[in-house]
Design a protein around this ligand. Structure first.
Ligand SMILES: C[S@@+](CC[C@H](N)C(=O)[O-])C[C@H]1O[C@@H](n2cnc3c(N)ncnc32)[C@H](O)[C@@H]1O
Length: 230
């Protein structure tokens, strides 16, 4: 069960009741998403990869759809096509996502947000001229990426390792790495030593960046071409 909570920037997050874990920072869900995923990952990928082909992005944990929404708005603003693939084991029910206040916070029509949730699962659908979405209801633990996957950017937004250690392993990062193009960029709010080591073991080059709010650090990782085995 999840509980709707207001964060410090006025945007909602969800709390896993009885666990105390939140979907976002309680110091600001929208601001954290911009700090951890938009600026160091999406915008960096826009700069790094050529404009000719759509930017292919993978998200671990669709959840509230906030990262997808901000990415869709950025794709429109910068007129860069983005193909967004997200996995989610437990999609939110209508009565939960309909209460999220992201449209009001971002001053956009409610339908622009709801269409991300209402989009069908298991297929790629155009949402706007610049943004297509493929939501997959699968368990990341045993998910096998299609052999033609070639993501340029990854938002790794699983619950923290103390709650879900199985989602932060070198094995998962290794499989993910095989689905990335050379130089692909991954960011995550997490900066645990074990996670950094798991990413390095999977062949990523890892750097620490200033974290959001009370978090001193976060991680950004780059796919290195010589770690590719495909
Ligand atoms: C920290 S929340 C972040 C969600 C999202 N990025 C957002 O902005 O709302 C983690 C998400 O991962 C999902 N999740 C947990 N375990 C999973 C698994 N094994 N496979 C796929 N998704 C999972 C959760 O249901 C939750 O939506």
């Amino acid at each position: 069960m999840t509980k709707l909570t207001l964060t410090a920037d006025g945007s909602h997050t969800l709390e896993l009741e009885g666990v105390g874990e939140h979907y976002h920072s309680t110091e600001g869900a929208i601001e954290e998403a911009r700090h951890v995923y938009l600026r160091p990952c999406l915008y960096e990928a826009f700069d790094h990869f050529p404009t000719a082909e759509p930017l292919s992005l993978f998200e671990m944990g669709f959840g509230t759809g906030l990262n997808a929404l901000l990415t869709m708005l950025a794709a429109e603003q910068y007129r860069r096509p983005v193909c967004y693939t997200a996995v989610e084991l437990h999609p939110l029910p209508n009565e939960v996502y309909e209460k999220l206040n992201y449209p009001q916070c971002l001053d956009i029509p409610r339908e622009h947000f709801l269409q991300l949730h209402d989009a069908p699962w298991g297929e790629t659908v155009p949402i706007t001229p610049w943004f297509s979405l493929c939501k997959l209801q699968v368990d990341m633990v045993d998910f096998r990426f299609p052999s033609d996957a070639h993501f340029h950017a990854v938002y790794y937004d699983a619950f923290a390792p103390q709650y879900q250690p199985q989602l932060w392993t070198a094995d998962i990062f290794g499989r993910l790495s095989q689905a990335l193009v050379d130089g692909a960029i991954l960011t995550t709010y997490c900066c645990k030593g074990d996670v950094k080591r798991a990413l390095c073991a999977a062949g990523f080059q890892v750097q620490k960046l200033p974290g959001y709010g009370r978090k001193r650090e976060m991680l950004r990782a780059f796919q290195q071409s010589d770690s590719q085995t495909k």
